[in-house]
Structure formats: C-alpha cells, structure tokens
Write a protein that binds this ligand. Structure first.
Ligand SMILES: [Zn+2]
Length: 398
C-alpha cells in the first residue's frame, strides 16, 4: 500500500506488496483480460513506440460485452454518438521533479456495443488532436471527446496517447504540488462537478464502465523518498494494478513525500495521514475499523476484500473510492459508510451520485439504533462512535 521511493535498482527494490484483493462487485458481465493478452498487434509496435498526440489503430476483433447501463445513442451533426466502452487501460506516468513536468504514455483498449462514434473523455490538453470536446447534451463543463472515426461492435480498438499532465480542465482542479525536490499528486475525484473522476488524468469513458487499469509510476529527480498510496496491487517501484471491476470513480492514487506522512494499521484498515495533522494514525485506524465492524453487522458484509485504505488530510473535503477513502478526520465515518452505498452499490450514472450521498448522509443515524449497541463493539469503540456524532458541522461531503 505504502512504499518508500528509492532510485531504481534490483538490489534496492522493495519486496512485493501484499495484494489489495478487492472482491468483485458485479455490475455487468465479466470481461477476461486474458482475451487481450493473446492479441498480437499487426505492426508489432508496442504502446511505448507511439508518441503522437493521438493515434487510433484498429485492433484484432474480440467480442464486446454489451453494457446495459450505457446511455442510448445520440446524434450530433449527422454522426451517431455512442458510449465508448473501455476494456483495459495501461501506461506510464513519469514525474520529472527536476523539470516539474508530468508525462503520460497510455494505451486504451476500447469497443462499442452499437455502431457509432464513441464518446470518451480526458481533461488534459491534447494539442491539435482530432479529439476536441463537444457538447453531447450535458451542458457547459460536461462536454466529452469523440473518436475520429465510427466503430463497429465486435471489434476492439487500441487508442495510444502521449501527453503532458498538469492541473485538469475542470471545476476546482488540484494542481500537481511541486516542492524543492518533491512532488505531490492526488487523483482528487469528486461527485460535485462534471469531469472529476479519472478522466481528469486518463482517457476513460462514462462512470458505469468497468475496466482494468495498470499504471507504472516513475519519479525522477526527487531529493527524498516518496510514497504511493493506492487501492490497487502495488508491485516494485511502482507498477499498480487495479481490478477489472473498477470504474472511473473507483481507483485511488496519491503520491507524496514519505516524510509528510504517518501511518497506522488496525484490523483491515491501513491508514495514512498528513504528519502535520498531529493525530495518532493507529487510533484513527482503530476508529475506522470500528465503523467497518458496526456497519458490517448492520448492512451486510464488506465487499471490498480484506483491506480498507484511508488517508486523512487537513482539507474539509472527502471522497470515497472502492475500499478506500480520503477524508478529513471529521468525515472519516461518512467515507467509510460509502463502502456500502456509493462504492458498494454504485451510482448507475454520473447524475445519480446524490442517491448514495443522501443515504450516506443519513446513514450515521444507524449507530444510534439498538442494533449497534448489540453489535459487540468494545466500550472504547462505542465511545469514539458517539464522539464523532456531533461533529458534522461544515464538512463538504463528496
Ligand atoms: Zn459522501
């Protein structure tokens, strides 16, 4: 989950991390990554060899799984626009601390369920690429990009992109945090504005689309060790793999100087916090574990594997991910509750986030019910649950 960054060498490479084994939360038919691994690109190039601002290459035909949650096709200037279906996304993010630049080389395998021009999104500038944003009816801020050609169902296509990364073109963006020999990065997802999921940084489709994600994160020029926080499987320095049931609102990735963090564990909880908060990370991890236990007894099993990843920060903001959350101290319980509503049962579309938000905001009432008192929590844990009860105040909840 949390690995110090050192320069690359076989001798210094950390041991393989423990697997972040999120269990599958079915939202549609399974697509097996093995279907792609056997595919050979006709021109023998790899994704690393393509450096154009945007290229689309037809790929070997593979069956596409229909996505029942996709919106119906719409028409734009005589073109039938359909929801693009992302099957897998892999690539590399390079953080050049000396030059204060981030560069992405990514390769997306995409398809469609019905013939048309696939819509997708990426809130980073692509220069004079053919993939300009267009309004598909979502209004200002909710524009999406179209591929430069229509696709037929039954085929998969590989989209290779190479582009620089900076603050995304969205409402309330979070810039890359450059310091003297350091860098800070956070996917900073939010339900509160269009384009605030992974499309801020990576080419993805709509938020109901499930896809596997694999990123190599490299930092050069850093003057001190850095750490990566992610709810995926982290190998070495650092290849991070997120499971294929994740969507664009599932995956957490943060990078920070290791010296700026403290960490603690309790039961299934792996918690990090900004060191400047001055909190006891073990105590906070115990508090999160108590919430998990209480809500598991009330709502049913926790469905994100054997781990819950939490990061506490000074911001009043908070955000839920699959089996993970970034939150203020006050909002920790709220974000844990989202493991059932929001990231257990997911919103069907980007406009449906209010439903799980309403349920989660009201969900704190559960802990005052007799069922919680019967849940077998230790006295100290119950005390902490009560203590947090009156602190909602001005928290801005995502
Ligand atoms: Zn929320």
């Amino acid at each position: 989950m949390l690995w110090p960054y050192t320069r690359r060498s076989a001798r210094e490479e950390p041991e393989r991390s423990s697997i972040w084994d999120c269990r599958r939360v079915p939202t549609r038919a399974r697509w097996a990554p093995a279907d792609v691994e056997g595919v050979i690109r006709p021109d023998s190039r790899t994704w690393r060899s393509v450096a154009a601002a945007g290229t689309l290459n037809k790929w070997q035909p593979v069956a596409v799984i229909p996505d029942g949650l996709a919106p119906p096709p719409t028409e734009l200037d005589g073109r039938v626009v359909v929801a693009g279906e992302l099957r897998s996304l892999e690539g590399r993010l390079h953080f050049d601390v000396d030059r204060r630049r981030v560069h992405a080389d990514v390769s997306a395998l995409i398809g469609v369920s019905s013939p048309g021009w696939p819509a997708w999104d990426l809130r980073q500038p692509l220069g004079r690429s053919p993939f300009a944003h267009v309004d598909l009816g979502g209004g200002p801020g909710a524009e999406m990009r179209l591929l430069d050609r229509p696709l037929e169902p039954g085929d998969l296509y590989r989209l290779d992109l190479s582009y620089g990364i900076d603050a995304p073109l969205v409402a309330d963006p979070l810039p890359i945090a450059w310091g003297e020999g350091t860098v800070g990065f956070d996917v900073w997802c939010s339900d509160l504005a269009p384009g605030r999921y992974l499309e801020q940084w990576l080419p993805v489709g709509l938020c109901q689309d499930c896809f596997s994600l694999s990123l190599e994160v490299e930092i050069t020029g850093a003057k001190e060790p850095h750490a990566v926080i992610a709810n995926g499987q982290i190998d070495g320095e650092w290849r991070i793999r997120w499971p294929d049931h994740h969507t664009s609102l599932s995956s957490l990735l943060m990078i920070a100087p290791a010296s700026s963090l403290v960490s603690g564990e309790a039961g299934p909880v792996r918690l990090t916090a900004e060191a400047s908060l001055g909190i006891d990370p073990v105590e906070e991890a115990e508090r999160a574990a108590a919430y998990l236990e209480a809500y598991s007894s009330l709502l049913g099993p926790y469905r994100h594997g054997s781990r819950f990843l939490a990061h506490l920060w000074g911001s009043t903001r908070g955000m839920e991910y699959d089996g993970a959350a970034s939150a203020s101290v006050k909002a920790l319980e709220h974000e844990v509750f989202h493991s059932w509503f929001g990231r257990g049962v997911k919103p069907a579309t980007a406009s449906d986030g209010w439903i799980d938000e309403a349920i989660t905001s009201a969900g704190g009432l559960y802990r005052r019910r007799p069922a919680v008192r019967r849940s077998g929590l230790a006295h100290e844990r119950r005390r902490r649950l009560r203590r947090v009860g009156g602190l909602r105040g001005s928290i801005r909840l995502d």
